[in-house]
Design a protein around this ligand. Sequence first.
Ligand code: ADP
Ligand code: MG
Length: 223
Amino acid sequence: MPLIELQHITKTFEAGDADFKALDDVSLSIEPGEFVAIMGPSGSGKSTLMNIVGLLDRPTSGTYVLEGKPVSLKMSDREQARLRSEFVGFIFQNFNLLANVDVLENVALPALYARHPSYDRRGRAKALLQQVGLSHRLQYRPSKLSGGEKQRVAIARALMNNPKVVLADEPTGNLDSKSGKEVISILKNLNTKGTTLLLVTHSEELAAAANRIVRLKDGRIVL
Ligand code: ADP
Ligand code: MG
């Protein structure tokens, strides 16, 4: 059974008088354990697609089937947020770390939004930070970190709730090539250990690490 199945997904944005189709009849199936790279020019709908898969946004039409169950368009925002915190870990180009709390707390925070309240979230966050080589940065504020370190914090945070899929939207887009390579190697390693990975990239190097490349153009998958 696919982990993620998009069937004829369309996303329309209102743009003045005319509507604009950011996604136009996109069908895509992702098996557990796959590493899929999404590529395509700017404006082709990559982030829109990630936001729908990541339950941050909803399609205008079409069906999203998650682990065999259709995701209802009628779900409340709250229910959708709950599902998101259980299923998905996000990594963004701009890291999106909270400036006013330390590295450890940034990583541990998603556990507050998840179902299982009473476990050692700091202990788990520490272990994840160790995996990404940041045990020596636990008490640092994000502003004291390099770009590569920030993205490694974001990777640890994405793993906090043990998601079924990790989504990364241009994770190396703001990194120098050395930090980019470190991030690529961590992501690749995660996938080798079984994490399903869907990422958007302009980097041929990162795309080469994927099992499969899906190309978008004008909101459609091109072959
Ligand atoms: P990409 O990530 O491939 O650069 P996006 O998915 O961000 O592309 O955007 C695809 C198209 O949809 C763009 O033309 C963008 O301007 C438009 N778009 C994205 N989000 C919105 C929005 N919230 N409102 C209106 N138009 C949007
Ligand atoms: Mg984008």
